[in-house]
Design a protein around this ligand. Structure first.
Ligand SMILES: Cc1cc2nc3c(=O)[nH]c(=O)nc-3n(C[C@H](O)[C@H](O)[C@H](O)COP(=O)(O)OP(=O)(O)OC[C@H]3O[C@@H](n4cnc5c(N)ncnc54)[C@H](O)[C@@H]3O)c2cc1C
Length: 470
């Protein structure tokens, strides 16, 4: 029997434990998994809070269905019947610019009609077609990439809000290759983004014609997908399906190497003995655990910074809001000088998020651009959010329902040099092949990325077990 500890019970840790059990069964290996979690509950960033008839997501509100990983996991767990697709109208996303909400163009024609980007900005963007692909290997930031290929206006009004929407990050520091590897590849493979879009659309049309693919109205971004009881049903589903135990409310302080395996020293003084370890906790927490075992790895892990975030849920009576909340919500470019990063119209995305006759709005505040916001008082957060809602949607009344969530370590930032750091990290761990690192700090922060990385971590564990058996 091989004893495997997985540290951290967010989606990464739970999905890793599940994948290890699943893959071990297929390979006929005898394993016992134990998930060790610092907090008294499982789920990590995933938590769906029901209060007063509202359903407020503490962190993520769903995953996109344009990648198969989370959908496949739901299928294996047999919880796919409970999946809830976001409302069709949630395809409409907005950007607040020049004191107006502009719908994000969904195609070339609506892009030409849109007033979001000026005509000079549109010409500059179209010029992307003729800009040669970059040859040097420097790790380019998102801002450098945006300015070089698309122009400053597109950077400010399209890329920056997208980066704050996904990473709460600053495009001036974030690495293109690590944050959006597909965009990096498209430039390398096709010579540019517009060229890539045209060629891929042509390929898709040919596949649809040949019956090898289905035409989809969802667009490349996919459909946001959750559950009627909130995204927490995902982590609850994985936790319930595990054969191994989950130990909550007891964090790992140190990982110590022993002759054939590891000791885990826990916060309450207990010491666990295991054969293999997979860490799925945040990078700074893993850095602390490895302090004595591997100084180099600890140092590299500490170099992955985290953005902060306040999540503000406001519930209103529908009749108090004259604004048309038909869509997903909006993001705000930094240049607008607002307090919040954007607001999601949560009860328009999934209708059961607010009681009958009420609406739920969820605003984000903070991120790399405004890290001080994490220390604002409740009154300050509330007042500044209301200021933005008044300015942008004309909402004057006080919300009937308020909930504010704080994330001091919201999202890891893949800054310039991230890929190089990960390579060095991998090298630094070569002497400890039975210690495997996963989680959202490395190769993607979306739930699909976390599940994908979890499956890969499990595959490494099984490969290692095969080697140990030789
Ligand atoms: C506000 C917000 C909104 C988001 N929205 C979306 C979205 O809509 N869609 C999407 O795909 N992604 C979204 N994300 C990103 C996504 O939620 C995260 O990347 C993902 O949930 C991270 O999962 P994880 O398991 O890697 O990490 P975490 O969820 O952070 O889990 C790590 C776990 O490790 C535990 N831990 C820490 N220290 C120790 C220790 N010493 N010992 C044991 N355990 C420890 C923690 O308590 C935690 O439970 C959002 C993130 C935030 C913050």
């Amino acid at each position: 029997m091989t004893h495997i500890a997985i540290i951290g019970a967010g989606i990464s840790g739970l999905a890793t434990a599940y994948a290890i059990e699943h893959q071990a069964k297929q390979a006929e290996f005898d394993v016992e998994t134990l998930v060790v979690e610092k907090e008294p509950r499982t789920g990590g960033k995933i938590l769906s809070i029901k209060d007063d008839g509202f359903l407020c997501e503490w962190g993520p509100n769903g995953f996109l269905d344009n990648k198969p990983m989370t959908l496949d996991l739901c299928h294996q767990l047999q919880i796919d019947q409970q999946l809830l697709r976001s409302d069709d109208n949630a395809r409409k996303r907005f950007i607040y610019s020049d004191r107006t909400l502009h719908q994000l163009p969904e195609n070339g024609f609506s892009f030409l009609k849109s007033k979001l980007i000026s005509w000079p900005g549109k010409f500059r963007l179209a010029g992307e077609m003729v800009i040669p692909k970059r040859q040097n290997e420097k790790d380019e930031t998102l801002a450098e990439f945006g300015r070089r290929r698309l122009g400053s206006e597109a950077l400010d009004k399209l890329i920056s809000p997208m980066v704050s929407g996904i990473f709460a990050g600053d495009p001036e520091t974030m690495s293109l290759k690590s944050c959006f590897p597909r965009i990096y590849e498209l430039e390398q493979e096709y010579g540019g983004l517009i060229k890539a879009m045209l060629k891929l659309a042509k390929k898709k049309r040919a596949e649809v014609k040949a019956g090898k693919a289905v035409a989809s109205a969802a667009g490349p971004g996919g459909v946001l997908t959750s559950f009627s009881g909130g995204i927490q049903e995902l982590t609850a589903g994985v936790a319930a399906a595990l054969a191994g135990k989950i130990l909550t409310g007891n964090g790992v302080q140190q990982i110590e190497q022993k002759e054939d395996g590891f000791f885990l020293n826990l916060e309450d003084g207990q010491q666990l003995e295991v054969d293999m370890v997979v860490t799925a906790a945040p990078a700074y927490a893993v850095a602390n655990m490895l302090d004595q075992l591997n100084d180099k790895s600890s140092t590299l892990l500490r170099q992955i910074p985290y953005a902060t975030m306040n999540v503000i849920c406001f519930g209103y009576q529908r009749e108090q809001i004259s604004f048309d909340l038909n869509g997903f919500g909006y993001l705000i470019p930094k240049a607008e000088g607002c307090n919040t990063l954007g607001t999601l119209w949560d009860s328009s995305i999934f209708s059961n998020r607010a009681p009958e006759g009420m609406v739920l709005l969820r605003s984000m505040m903070g991120g790399a651009a405004n890290s001080a916001a994490i220390d604002f008082s409740e009154d300050q957060v509330k007042a500044r959010t209301m200021d933005d809602l008044t300015q942008i949607m004309g909402i004057e009344s006080e919300p009937d329902f308020v909930k504010i969530f704080r994330h001091r370590h919201a999202i890891p930032q893949y800054t310039r040099g991230h890929a190089q750091r990960l390579q060095e990290l991998e090298e630094s761990l070569q002497g400890s092949p039975d210690l495997i690192l996963t989680g959202n700090a490395f190769y993607g922060v979306g739930l699909n990325d976390c599940v994908h990385a979890a499956n890969q971590a499990a595959t490494k564990v099984i490969a290692r077990m095969a080697k140990r058996r030789e």
